[in-house]
Design a protein around this ligand. Sequence first.
Ligand SMILES: *Cc1c(COP(=O)(O)O)cnc(C)c1O
Length: 566
Amino acid sequence: MAGTAYQKSPVGSLFYDFFGGNTLKADVSISVTELGSLLDHTGPHLEAEEYIARTFGAEQSYMVTNGTSTSNKIVGMYASPAGSTVLIDRNCHKSLAHLLLMSDVVTIYLTPSRNAYGILGGIPQRQFSRESIAEKVAATAKASWPVHAVITNSTYDGLLYNTQYIKQTLAVQSIHFDSAWVPYTNFHPIYRGKSGMSGERTHDKVIFETQSTHKLLAAFSQASATHIKGDYDERTFNEAYMMHTTTSPHYGIVASIEMAAAMVRGKPGRRLIQRSIERALHFRKEVYRLRQESEGWFFDIWQPEIIEDAVCWPVEPGAPWHGFRDADAGHMYLDPIKVTILTPGMDEAGEMAPEGIPASLVAKFLDERGVVVEKTGPYNLLFLFSIGIDKTKAMSLLRGLTEFKRAYDLNLRVRNMLPDLYAEDPDFYRHMRIQDLAQDIHQLIRQHHLPQLMLNAFAVLPEMKMTPYAAFQQQVRGNVETIALSQMVGRISANMLLPYPPGVPVVMPGEMITERSRTVLDFLLMLCSIGQHYPGFETDIHGAELTDDGQYRVRVLKETASRQTA
Ligand SMILES: *Cc1c(COP(=O)(O)O)cnc(C)c1O
């Protein structure tokens, strides 16, 4: 009704005025027949999907109105029948963990490498080979040859795969690239050969690519697209699509996906992406220059020595900058627009310096100045130079970094430098100065060998006792209980546990931490202990609950349930 109802109420009128008449006028009902149907792919909706497919280099595209979280489930439901085996990137988004809770499949993990900073290096080439898969199939209960694979491309930290190699090598019927973070790869030549839709059809294989249009292009939240290249059953796919799609989609979201496509098409699109690459390069060089000119310390950037050209930089074997011990040649590439800033305290080999500045302090400082940090590691911070980053925003980040250095070198009081942190516990922070806080946290990290602990935590996976699906069925039957995180050894986890950072699941539903994989728990407890010592530095562990007394609690299956299913 174009917002008429709102205008009949005082508080409703405030809402109407804030969002504006057009927003409400455009929120039309699905019964407006001229617009066709999102679910049946007719009329202007069909035209939009065809336009999007042409724009993104796909054969078919689907507009999805509940984020890539939903795109991922749709593709997964379609591509992996119950009882089949699927290959899943251990570095997967939680929507894929949810897929595994809904779909009764056997999972085999592809495990990415990582460096001391906690940056993921991608799945090593060998894991895509027949031999490697055969070994894993033989070692996994009830597994058969996998039918489908899911790979996160790019990784959170901005590493893109040579997708051509994976498409040719990986012997499965369909490959799904979860490209939530890189909806722009089709619009600039530096990304050629590094995305799901790049290149020709792959013989005998269907390629899926899911993208969060809203993340790095201009679109409303929830806007997502699923692109397909290869032969698939449209009607079956659409059942999976409708299973997850509301019958009342928000037209504004749908329209924004098509608009995003219109913006990045052709030469104007290329210029848009080119500008964000240039902005990121300029920023990288500025930080480098400030580092050369500054007295004492300054921030560094995780990048090769030479960054003259606008390219995706290869993670070459043996190159000193990246810190991956067994990098494969021609396999992974760093996207210049994903900028990782390094703080002092640790080198790429994981060697801890006597003094350091944990990145969480810098993140808090920037946050208090309105600069959004995408991800914070122990000694690194990630920033995304999307097309929405203008010169002013890039400058305010640079200014934030130089102001941090000045305040840090002056050894200001926490109270003056980080007032929001101070407010969390004035008694605790009353007399503390910034350098003392930094050194105390640094020493805590050093004593506990955090970088090594993190590497070890991911080196041995917890034991898979049952499928995530079976674990969830136990959960809905009520066969779960809540225990302290520290008591987890020998118990089957009901949930996915995912600490930020590094934002990768350490425990999946149905898995058990055993004595062999105990470092997983040690790592989680180490993260907790920083928060217990320093108010305001609590780690966010998805899947665990932080209680008022500072303890983390997790849900596990009751022991009776564990025996029944095992
Ligand atoms: C954000 C993200 C998703 C989910 O996308 P939404 O659009 O937020 O639902 C899926 N996969 C990856 C890798 C992501 O980073």
